[in-house]
Every structure is written in structure tokens, then in C-alpha cells.
Design a binder for this molecule. Structure first.
Ligand code: SF4
Length: 242
């Protein structure tokens, strides 16, 4: 397929970090931010991209393409994040990245297993990072995500990602929302699906979408260590954050 490099259908890019060492472990990447999300997690630290993306300027695709081509010797890949990227048509954007010789990492909330399946089957993504917000019970998951969530879709995405592509699953750990028991349950679900990597992320209160959660203290390093120990009883686990 010949792509128009000045545009890519189905996608608007609302932000770009040209060089990131933290968005894909072991890789130097450019990170692209896509607008909008179907979840409203109180702990989301990208509220503007979710709620007010119309106020953000577009990053021209011609600029992205030219930057990736010029830096393909230095970069390992591109992280496509959001918001929720799977709300967009990602085929052309992923193809454009691939045409520069770079790898693609996709961040997702797992709500669109069919979109993920198509991208994985077409080999347009090399790595998928999926958030698992809570134990897979309707009330808890929907509370964490801020909207009613189709748990069947979440389960399907976990199974698909764990079985078909390099991956990590991750949970942003929020005091009062997550504890040893909830991490144990999530890790157990991931283990049963065959997942090979689980990352607990420290919650950053000052960036939280929810005003209430902005007053919640993030976990200490020692508390994160304890939760990782629980998760590591099921699958390889670590935590990240500051
Ligand atoms: S944390 Fe992710 S899934 Fe939740 S609202 Fe923010 S972008 Fe959406």
C-alpha cells in the first residue's frame, strides 16, 4: 500500500515526545499521543488528552514521518498511546511507522479485542501494554474505569495479548482502590491466561483526573515492594514510578 505521507487516515495525533527512554523498557522510542478515551479512570494522568483534546494542536503527520525517517538509526521504535489508541483506525499509522524500519508498541485499556486482534494478526504491532484496572468483577472494574466496562472484552484482550504478542500487563496502584487481595486476584487472572510480565505503576496524585483522588497519597516504595512480592507469586512482576 502506498501511503500519503502528509496524512494518515483514521488518526489525529495530539502530542509527541520525540525521544523517550521510559515508554518501552529497553527501547528508545518516539511516543505519539492519540486523543479521546472510552474510560474515565479517576487516576488517569492524561485528563486533557481524554477530556479536552479539542483544545490541543494536531501534530502534523508529515512532521512525524520526517522525524522518524531522520532518526530511525537512533530510535528503536514508536510507542502509540493515548487516550485510548484503539478508538482510532491504526493500520495506516502502524504501517507508516513500520515503513521507517521501526517497531511499534501499543498502549491500550483492552476494551477493543477485535481491533487488537487485527493489528496483531497483520503484524502491525510488536508489543502491547494493556492496563488491567481491577479484579475482573463488574462493580470493581467499572468503578476503577469510571464507566460500565464490558468484562468479556477485557478477558478476551488479556487472552489474546498473552497468547499472541510480546506484552506487559500493568495496574496503576491506588490506595483505597487496590490492596494485596486485588493485586493477588489480577495476577492470578494474568497467570491463568499465560501472561509473562506484570508491572505495577505508582499512582501520581497531582496529575489525577479525579479531584478526590488528588488528595490520596501514593504508595510508598516499601508498599510497592510488598505488592510486587504478592504479584510475583504468580508471574514475573516489578513496579515502576517515582
Ligand atoms: S487511564 Fe487510560 S483508560 Fe483510563 S481514562 Fe486515562 S487514558 Fe483512558
Amino acid at each position: 500500500m502506498t501511503l500519503q505521507r502528509s496524512e494518515v487516515s483514521g488518526v489525529t495525533i495530539k502530542g509527541m515526545v520525540e525521544t523517550s527512554f521510559v515508554d518501552w523498557d529497553g527501547n528508545i522510542v518516539a511516543t505519539l499521543f492519540l486523543p479521546g478515551c472510552n474510560f474515565r479512570c479517576g487516576f488517569c494522568f492524561n485528563a486533557k488528552l481524554v477530556l479536552e483534546h479539542d483544545t490541543l494542536d494536531d501534530v502534523p503527520i508529515s512532521y512525524v514521518h520526517s522525524y522518524l525517517r531522520s532518526n530511525s538509526d537512533f530510535l528503536d521504535g514508536v510507542c502509540i498511546t493515548g487516550g485510548e489508541p484503539t478508538l482510532h483506525s491504526l493500520e495506516e499509522l502502524c504501517s507508516l511507522v513500520k515503513s521507517t524500519g521501526l517497531k511499534v508498541k501499543l498502549d491500550t485499556n483492552g476494551s477493543s479485542p477485535r481491533v487488537l486482534e487485527e493489528l496483531i494478526d497483520s503484524r502491525l504491532v510488536d508489543f502491547v501494554a494493556m492496563d488491567v484496572k481491577a479484579p475482573l468483577r463488574e462493580r470493581e472494574y467499572s468503578k476503577a474505569a469510571g464507566v460500565p466496562v464490558d468484562l468479556k472484552a477485557i478477558s478476551e484482550s488479556i487472552e489474546l495479548i498473552a497468547g499472541e504478542v510480546e506484552h506487559e500487563f500493568r495496574t496503576t496502584v491506588v490506595r483505597g482502590v487496590h490492596d494485596r487481595q486485588s493485586i493477588r486476584e489480577i495476577a492470578g487472572t494474568l497467570e491463568r491466561a499465560g501472561a509473562r510480565r506484570y508491572v505495577l505503576q505508582k499512582f501520581i496524585p497531582e496529575l489525577a483526573m479525579s479531584e478526590e483522588l488528588r488528595r490520596v497519597k501514593s504508595m510508598s516504595d516499601a508498599e510497592m515492594d510488598e505488592l510486587v512480592e504478592v504479584a510475583a507469586g504468580y508471574l514475573p512482576a516489578k513496579w515502576r514510578g517515582r
